[in-house]
Design a protein around this ligand. Sequence first.
Ligand SMILES: *Cc1c(COP(=O)(O)O)cnc(C)c1O
Length: 400
Amino acid sequence: MSVSKEELIHAAATYGTPLYVYHAESITRQYQKLMDAFSQLNARFFYAAKALTNLSILRHVRSLGCSIDCSSINEVKLAFKAGFSADQILYTSNSVSFEEIREAVSLGVSVTIDSLSNLEKFAKTYAGSYPVGVRIRPNIMAGGNTKISTGHVGSKFGIPVEQVEALQQLVQAYGLQLRTLHIHTGSEISEAAVFVQGVTLLLELAGLFPSVTVLDLGGGFKVPYRPDEKEIDLAAIAKAVEKSFTDFKNKTDRQLEVWFEPGKYLVAQAGYLLATVTVLKPTDTICFVGVDTGLNHLIRPMFYEAYHSISNLTNAEGAPTTYQITGNICETDDFAQARTLPEVREGDLLAFHTAGAYGFEMSSSYNARVRPAEVLFKDGQPQLIRRRESLDDLLIQQIN
Ligand SMILES: *Cc1c(COP(=O)(O)O)cnc(C)c1O
């Protein structure tokens, strides 16, 4: 289930390129898969909004019954704008000033704190009057590389697990209502074992903190980006997590809730970036394909060495030819090197797949190029959910 080639071509003709296109039903399908897989657990899902914050996307996610995880106070405000209520909003902070945490508390949302320093400020301000979660750095490597792993030794995220005694002292000294233990070990986790490692550690810690009722395992569910990658085995992850929770319940008589914060899993596959081929540049070594977009609109290939499938929508039957696909930014902004596509001609329309997560959201106006428009397909109907930026938009904050 996806947006068809004809619909993509039609959207590009209507709204121009570069263009982000999303598919509401794909988001629905992904949410349903999570719900089904974890139905035996007392589970709640918080969409990690930072993957894609367009209000129309947030509203669609809310309509599914999903809650929301925010990484900044402004994302919290966007969540309210999209209609989420305070009890559906989780604010997971890192390296923020305590003022932001104070504001989140005043808005009544759930708060997860990621340093002993901020937790101490929280304790001095609220003591046990407001429930709180802490993010633990479990010292687990996940997701394969340190650009997308966030739980390893050396990662800035979370309170290092070796500092748990200091955490205990704070909790006891101020009578903190420590409700949630949180980990988010990275993006693109495919192995149940990584979740189990995390759960095992958190359950051990939960033994030290009787007020804990929630384990938040973060996001990081992998989606296939390459054609040869498989779907993750959600059922295996669910089964493993379930077993850990059941064992814990049998031992302690404590029935914990489990929270997840899927970002990519919900929106990555729902998104496409459409671009028009501007220039072909054959050279002795390879033919460069220049497109009317660049790392200003999709930075993942350059930032994470991420792979995105590319299709030639307007010459699907062309002879297979190998190209280097590059952007139009004054940087080396390759989307793909040595990629074989059906013959590409100037004017052809290319689609970058699996671009819904951290695509538009990480875009910039570098080189004074404007950000793309965004379109959401729902019930087969395209709807413009963000107009293309203009030069006036870029100038609006400048004072001359
Ligand atoms: C980014 C992030 C997520 C989502 O990660 P995905 O890989 O997109 O699922 C979840 N929780 C936290 C705390 C994050 O920072």
